[in-house]
Design a binder for this molecule. Structure first.
Ligand code: NDP
Length: 486
């Protein structure tokens, strides 16, 4: 049984009070490691270490900071196979997906922000009154990064890379449900020779370790990705302390398919957009709206393809759909499927737990589920399920589907399939979503602003947006002296 450690001040440490939580492998249902159940004392230590490290790290030239982060990226690449296996074991996702997406993206996050800071520039505002304003963007100090369980290393590094690149020191709190690759990252930081205290990783429950981090008076900003309810609790705790906040929250994303779409591509992508990572991606298109003339053909082909997805052992290279992350989450997903039936929906495929043989007999598997016959306002079409469940809804007009698409409290992403350019622009402008994908899904350029509207979040990550978030803008106004010194 492996015991994971916190990473504080450049040292792997047991939690102050010696308490640990079980870490369950969702594919087998068995405990395979123990993770520190940290509390306020551990957070205090980590923040103190980060504070000590901050002056030197902030003063380190950008090129030297970049070199450190690039070294980390190289180490992630070097250990990619082992990290992918760890991610699959901890989260339940197919190892092939972790190897193709999660781990390369973690390395890319470091590379992207390490090189971005080499090109950073700030603004100047000359005034007619013979004065010059220029903007300094200075690191904030010690910042907190809190990440969820669905894309563990991918999202953890998406936060800490820009924070560190901008010259901040970080206390990170990964989800205690999937702590393993964050722990491995700590080991890689040791191997990379990252100065002690620059990055600190404290494991534990959100309600204890996470809440202590948010409340800590020395933490200047919180970057959080997770559920909308947790985001609200964090905003509530952070607001009176005047911390900067970046919140990336839940989604209930529409996938809108017009009859003029490139059919095969729309169909294949709709399956991926609904079921990749067991549907546990905030950007998944779980509400699929299909223009009526195409509806029946699309529905039948979609269901056939979904039925062909292989639910299996995450470590099996051929698996399409692995285990959902925990037993509690399995129960939640199954409860939503029951609710769909109560609300009048028809389950076209899936709709049940899958029992596998052998090593995975105790695992948490759900058959990919497609439901039709539900109105856009029912709970199943309004609330985030975050599992392998998609609904199909026909529509007749642009106005109608726009109202459906925008008719939830969320506004993270929207997907649109049409060959009509005018319609694509028209709808892209009116969809209430931070990201609109036209004829594609999950095509990500790390320079673009990333985030949600309405209850899907506050602020944007990605590119300069992230570097701006992790810096304080300071305007310096200098009155120019035109007098001749002689
Ligand atoms: P949670 O909101 O439950 O948890 C996210 C993180 O916050 C975890 O590390 C959690 O710890 C911690 N946490 C929980 N309570 C508190 C608190 N009071 N104070 C500080 N930290 C706390 O989300 P999940 O991990 O369940 O992730 C799934 C959610 O994340 C979905 O809603 C999904 O849509 C959203 N998400 C959003 C993305 C986006 O970019 N918009 C991307 C990916 C996911 P613990 O694990 O102990 O609870």
């Amino acid at each position: 049984m492996e015991y994971l450690s916190n990473y504080i001040d450049g040292v792997l440490l047991a939690p102050v009070h010696g308490a640990y939580l079980d870490n369950v492998n969702p594919a087998t249902g068995t405990v395979f490691s123990r993770v520190p159940d940290s509390g306020a004392d551990d957070i205090d230590r980590a923040v103190a270490a980060a504070e000590r490290a901050f002056p030197a790290w902030a003063a380190t030239p950008a090129e030297a900071r970049a070199r450190q982060l690039l070294r980390l990226a190289d180490l992630i690449d070097r250990h990619a196979d082992a990290l992918a296996r760890d991610e699959a074991t901890d989260n339940g996702k197919p190892v092939a997906l972790a190897r193709r997406v999660d781990i390369p993206r973690a390395a890319k996050n470091f590379r992207f922000f390490a090189t971005a800071i080499l090109h950073a520039a700030t603004e100047a505002h000359p005034m007619e009154e013979r004065a010059l304003n220029y903007t300094l963007r200075q690191p904030l100090g010690v910042v907190g990064c809190i990440s969820p369980w669905n894309l563990p290393l991918y999202l953890f590094t998406w936060k800490i890379a820009p924070a560190l690149a901008a010259g901040n020191c970080v206390v990170g709190k990964p989800s205690e449900v999937t702590p393993l690759t964050a722990f491995r990252l700590a080991e890689l930081c040791l191997e990379a020779g990252l100065p002690p205290g620059v990055l600190n990783i404290v494991h534990g429950h959100g309600a204890r370790a996470g809440a202590a981090l948010v409340a800590h008076p020395k933490i200047r900003a919180i970057s959080f990705t997770g559920g909308t309810r947790t985001g609200a609790a964090i905003a509530h705790a952070a607001a009176p302390r005047f911390k900067k906040l970046s919140l990336e929250l839940g989604g209930k994303n529409p996938n809108i398919v017009f009859a003029d779409c490139r059919y095969d591509e729309a169909l294949e992508t709709a399956v991926r957009a609904a079921f990749t990572n067991q549907g546990e991606i905030c950007l998944c298109g779980s509400r699929i709206f299909v223009e009526r003339p195409l509806y029946e053909r699309f529905r039948d082909d979609f269901v056939r393809r979904v039925e062909a997805l292989r639910v299996g052992d995450p470590l099996d290279e051929d698996t399409d759909v692995g285990a959902v992350v925990s037993e509690a989450h399995l129960e939640k997903i199954l409860a939503y499927i029951e609710l769909a039936k109560d609300e009048g929906g028809t389950v076209l495929c899936g709709g049940h737990r899958v029992r596998l043989d052998g090593r995975c007999a105790g695992g948490f598997f759900v058959a990919p589920t497609v439901i039709e016959g539900l109105g856009p306002d029912c709970r199943v079409n309004q609330e985030e399920i975050f599992g392998p469940v998609a609904t199909l809804i026909p529509f007749d007009t642009e106005e109608e589907v726009l109202a459906y698409a925008n008719g939830t409290p969320y506004g993270l992403a929207a997907i649109l399939w049409t060959e009509n350019l005018g319609r694509a622009h028209r709808l892209a402008a009116r969809l209430e979503a931070g990201i609109v994908w036209v004829n594609c899904w999950m095509l990500r350029d790390l320079r673009t602003p990333f985030g949600g509207m309405k209850q899907s979040g506050v602020g944007r990550e990605g590119g300069w947006e992230a570097l701006r978030f992790f810096t304080e803008a300071k305007n310096v106004c200098i009155k120019l002296d035109d007098r001749d010194p002689a």
